[in-house]
Design a protein around this ligand. Structure first.
Ligand SMILES: Nc1ncnc2c1ncn2[C@@H]1O[C@H](COP(=O)(O)OP(=O)(O)OP(=O)(O)O)[C@@H](O)[C@H]1O
Ligand SMILES: Nc1nc2c(c(=O)[nH]1)N=C(CO)CN2
Length: 202
């Protein structure tokens, strides 16, 4: 029997250590993992930390990105894989919404709704997070978040406080925001696609 390929959307965040290198390394590992195909990553964006008490401009900034893939894994097997990759990159689970070297969330698993003690899909907070919506829009301008509508409209509603990030320089691009929400960092999203991906669906 041929296993079914399910399209998924993953979100990546890091605000400790070499944030960009950690996210890109994790994406390369996922792109090469059994059961993962057609991995395509967004540009990374620099974002204000959302903490338990709200956005905190004083906290270490996050880099955030998303990736599209297709998988033969079940939702829980995919979550196991995401958590293995987090653990390889030093993720320790302690403070809720605390600083972290790497966080990977499963935003969408095809059109499936999953709700149990380990997993909620679609991710219940994705629609209100500019740090998910902005890189997603850069990757897929026509994206739709199941249950909530067009990503472009959701991002316009919540407002975009994210900034482009230049992976070839040592910091965020200053004053380079474009009104259309697109990143103007050429090629920043192509790392995972170029290194180990089997194809691209973006
Ligand atoms: N869609 C999902 N993606 C990733 N983890 C999920 C998802 N739904 C539930 N979980 C569970 O959430 C736990 C992760 O909790 P954690 O404290 O890392 O949440 P978080 O990523 O900090 O918060 P948030 O989910 O708001 O981004 C995991 O152990 C996992 O079982
Ligand atoms: N900017 C930003 N803030 C966060 C993030 C994140 O990825 N980016 N992740 C969190 C928990 O998953 C909590 N806060």
């Amino acid at each position: 029997m041929i296993a079914q390929l399910v399209p998924v959307l993953l979100a990546f965040g890091a605000n400790l250590g070499d944030r960009g290198e950690t996210i890109r390394a994790a994406q390369r590992e996922l792109a090469a993992a059994p059961g993962i195909r057609e991995f395509a990553a967004s540009p990374l964006r620099e974002t204000i930390a959302l903490t338990a008490s709200g956005p905190d401009p004083e906290a270490p900034r996050y880099l955030n990105g998303v990736a599209r893939a297709a998988t033969t894994l079940t939702p829980h097997a995919l979550l196991d894989l995401l958590q293995e990759v987090e653990a390889v990159h030093g993720r320790v689970r302690d403070v809720h919404w605390g600083d972290r070297t790497l966080d990977i969330d499963l935003i969408l698993y095809g059109g499936r709704v999953v709700q149990d003690e380990r997993l909620t899909v679609p991710h219940p907070r994705a629609h209100e997070r500019d740090f998910v919506l902005a890189p997603w829009l850069a990757l897929e301008p026509d994206a739709v978040l199941m249950g909530h509508g067009r990503v472009a409209e959701l991002l316009a509603r919540v407002g975009d406080t994210t900034r482009p990030f230049d992976e070839n320089a040592d910091g965020a691009v200053v004053g380079a925001e474009r009104a259309d929400g697109e990143s103007d960092v050429a090629g920043a999203g192509d790392v995972a696609r170029a290194e180990g991906a089997e194809g691209a669906d973006a």
